[in-house]
Design a protein. Structure first.
Length: 198
């Protein structure tokens, strides 16, 4: 049975992707071979990583997304400020923060977890922390390099602006040597029972 790697996400507008491109260019230097940057045009706000799924399960997953979106009106999020996991001294992941109507976003994400559970997707044990991943530090990064990168992140300001969330997408992730290639399988509009098939 054919399998695809997939996840559920909010896709970002092109203006925000351009702002993220400028931000990465500002943060990049020639002597950071230990930083793996995420291509700005492929950055998205992940709500649920599904892993490998059977191709014929996408209809049932899309129905679960529709059920999760029902009754939730479009809402606004603000993309701003930078942060890292786990902390500024031992940076592993660099990200851009999400604020605004995060309560609505969290409600949507929790509904997705509960609607997908009957399909065999285990709910996340970690609390949902909405963010946009900018970069990951490779294992070979030294303690000093990690701390220095944390200082760079802490001293950089970023205002990405507001986005209006109107729909959620079921995405396919194809791993290649050049990096992951993302494509949309289906898209569900908030508070409507209409699905836009790609």
């Amino acid at each position: 049975m054919e399998q695809i790697r997939s996840f559920i996400a909010i896709e970002l507008p092109s203006g925000l992707k351009q702002a993220l491109t400028q931000l990465e260019n500002q943060l990049k230097t020639d002597n950071q071979p230990w930083v793996k940057w995420v291509k700005p045009y492929s950055i998205h706000l992940t709500l649920k990583f599904l892993g490998n799924i059977a191709v014929d399960s996408t209809t049932a997953i899309t129905r679960a997304i529709e059920a999760s979106a029902r009754g939730i009106k479009p809402f606004r999020l603000t993309v701003r400020d930078l942060g890292v996991f786990p902390n500024l001294k031992r940076v592993q992941v660099a990200w851009v923060g999400i604020s605004g109507e995060v309560d609505e976003l969290t409600r949507l994400q929790k509904r997705l977890e509960s609607k997908l559970a009957p399909l065999g997707f285990t709910p996340e044990s970690r609390p949902f922390t909405p963010h946009l991943t900018l970069a990951r530090l490779r294992e070979r990064a030294s303690a000093n390099e990690r701390q220095g990168f944390g200082e760079l992140m802490a001293s950089t300001k970023f205002e990405g602006g507001d986005i209006e969330v109107k729909d959620i997408s079921l995405m396919k992730s194809q791993l290649t040597r050049a990096g992951a290639i993302y494509s949309r399988i289906s898209q569900v509009r908030l508070d409507r029972e209409q699905t836009v098939k790609s």
